[in-house]
Design a protein around this ligand. Structure first.
Ligand code: GLU
Length: 568
């Protein structure tokens, strides 16, 4: 259902315009997803633009990381930087990095200068801060206006030599933003300052670049987070001054943590800071690690909440202190081992829902990208903040992993390991992973948890620690004892040429049958010998994955060591 005000003669063009100053935040991914879905669902195009006008904070590495995260999520852009089969400039509206588009901005600066709609301003930072303080003293918000008696001709002359910014002379009238989600929002002139559109270094500000680029790239729908709502009247005023068509706007609700705080990258910092403060023993070691500069920064960070540690350091400390870092960026969710299709499904629900019941009468929540593309519209996007519920995301991921075919699961597991746990691929062949898959799938909610159910494989054969309770219950009791069965079964295993789960299960079954023993009576002591505990994947898989030589070595060790543990 289209809103009647949402009529454009031109085909739909949406855009996602990240600033490459860090990782892609999960909220940014949601914006990109909704932009892509809306374009797909309306036969339009989706543009990706890199907003790198803040030269100091932007980096190529961050831009590349954002493209990679979007590609991982399966968010595909038509026009934009090339990445695999994404991107390109079919319509000739590029380049897509704002730093490469200065001639366009210059052209429109000139247009506004010629029309007398902008003016040079020479205020120093001190002067601006004094004006701000004066406004504060009167309990007013500071609004910059062209000073009374401003001499335009003299200013243009002075601008030839003196450092200055260009400010847009805000027309003295209210601006109404017609938003697809929030409805009409009117901003009085009194709240709209004469904003800076060109910085001292000649670069456009975000406000100006975004307006020019949205026009030149034919953007019909500006979809972005509500944190940008206050910018929008400024953009609308600029668009009108430049004679541009005003696009349709849709401002998406903010994303909050369940405790009501804004979901931000500082959450990671907070978690680590709290843990470090409690970890008295390691605090000194951490404080003395690294270069003198790093040590100084660490000390500052510990005292001052507004100071942040580099991401990599946070991750390292969190690992050292076994602190779970809250996932905030797409990269965090990737590292934890969420599946991209699950992340897509979950973030689609942040502020939007299909409004459809399942056959069981529940809200439809599980759907794929194709469904979203077909059904997404702004009419069902909420106005108020949405809460990020990690438990629900985790449950979605667990259910999806469980439902996967083992081969499909192994593909996902290997792709994850290639990026985050390359050692795993050295330790386990694809075939072994496939063998282990069903057991692992039952126990791992995210891919980073897949090692846990098979941790016995990575232990040293000569350092298995036997769980005392399991030993007493399964190995030392019974008639014959578990240990007796283990000894006899060891020789059967030794004689097996084909050490596959099926062959092992078959030999175990006939072993038990001939002794009129239940399989569990044999399986449990074997598990204790192999893993130290009575919990492991199915017997055949446990032994086959470990291999014959290591299985026999562990059983032999158990046969000699366990009798030294006295039954309780
Ligand atoms: N570069 C802006 C950001 O990353 C984009 C805002 C917009 O979509 O206009 O927040």
């Amino acid at each position: 259902m289209s809103n009647p005000t949402d009529q454009h003669a031109n085909p739909v063009v949406t855009r996602f315009a990240p600033s490459p100053t860090g990782h892609l935040h999960i909220g940014g991914a949601r914006t990109a997803l909704f932009c892509a879905a809306y374009a797909r669902g309306h036969g339009g195009r989706f543009v990706l633009r890199i907003e790198d006008t803040d030269q100091k904070r932007s980096s190529d590495a961050a831009a590349a990381g954002i493209l990679d995260d979007l590609a991982w999520l399966g968010i595909d852009w038509d026009d934009g930087p090339e990445h695999g089969d994404r991107g390109g400039d079919e319509r000739g509206v590029g380049p897509f990095e704002q730093s490469q588009r200065r001639e366009h901005y210059d052209r429109f600066f000139q247009q506004l200068l010629d029309a007398g709609m902008v003016y040079p301003a020479f205020d120093t930072p001190d002067e601006l801060s004094a004006m701000r303080k004066a406004a504060e003293a009167e309990k007013k918000t500071f609004i910059y206006r062209q000073p009374a008696g401003y001499d335009h001709a003299a200013a243009l002359e002075r601008a030839k030599t003196d450092e200055h910014v260009l400010r847009f002379k805000m027309p003295p009238e209210p601006v109404t933003v017609n938003d697809q989600i929030l409805g009409e929002v009117t901003f009085p002139y009194e709240e709209l300052d004469d904003l800076v559109i060109r910085k001292k270094d000649g670069f456009p500000t975000y406000h100006f670049a975004v307006v020019v680029d949205d026009e030149l790239m034919g953007v019909t729908h500006v979809v972005r987070g509500q944190e940008h709502l206050n910018n929008t009247p400024r953009h609308v005023a600029l668009m009108k001054a430049l004679g541009f068509e005003v696009p349709t706007f849709a401002h998406l609700p903010l994303i909050f943590n369940p405790d009501g705080s804004k979901m931000s990258k500082r959450d990671k910092d907070k978690a680590v800071r709290a843990a470090v403060k409690q970890a008295e023993g390691v605090k000194d070691a951490l404080a003395n690690a690294g270069s003198a500069d790093e040590q100084r920064h660490f000390a500052k960070w510990l005292k001052d909440k507004t100071v942040q540690l580099p991401q990599e350091r946070l991750i390292a400390i969190a690992a050292q202190l076994s602190v779970d870092l809250p996932e905030i960026d797409v990269e965090d969710f990737r590292r934890a081992g969420y599946l991209s299709e699950v992340v897509i499904n979950y973030i689609a629900l942040l502020g939007w829902n299909p409004g459809v019941k399942t056959d069981e009468g529940k809200d439809l929540e599980r759907f794929g990208r194709a469904y979203l593309d077909e059904h997404f519209d702004f009419g069902r996007v909420g106005k108020t903040a949405s809460k990020f519920d990690r438990d629900k995301l985790r449950a979605f991921n667990f259910d999806t992993i469980q439902a996967m075919q083992p081969a499909e699961f192994v593909d996902a597991w290997r792709a994850w390991a290639a990026r985050y746990d390359a050692g795993l691929l050295d330790e386990l062949s694809g075939e072994t992973m496939l063998m282990l898959a069903p057991a692992v799938q039952q126990r791992a909610a995210v891919l980073s948890e897949c090692r846990q159910p098979i941790a016995f494989l990575f232990a040293d054969d000569s350092s298995i620690e036997y769980d005392e309770k399991a030993v007493k219950k399964h190995v030392l009791k019974g008639e014959p004892t578990g240990l007796d069965l283990l000894g006899a079964f060891r020789d059967e295993l030794d004689g097996l040429a084909d050490f596959t789960p099926e062959a092992i299960e078959a030999v175990a079954a006939s072993f038990c049958e001939s002794r009129e023993t239940k399989l569990g009576k044999l399986a449990q002591p074997v598990r204790v010998a192999i893993t130290g505990s009575a919990v492991s994947p199915p017997l055949g898989v446990t032994l086959a994955a470990l291999g014959k030589a290591r299985s026999l070595a562990r059983i032999d060790r158990a046969l000699t060591q366990i009798p030294q543990i006295t039954p309780g």
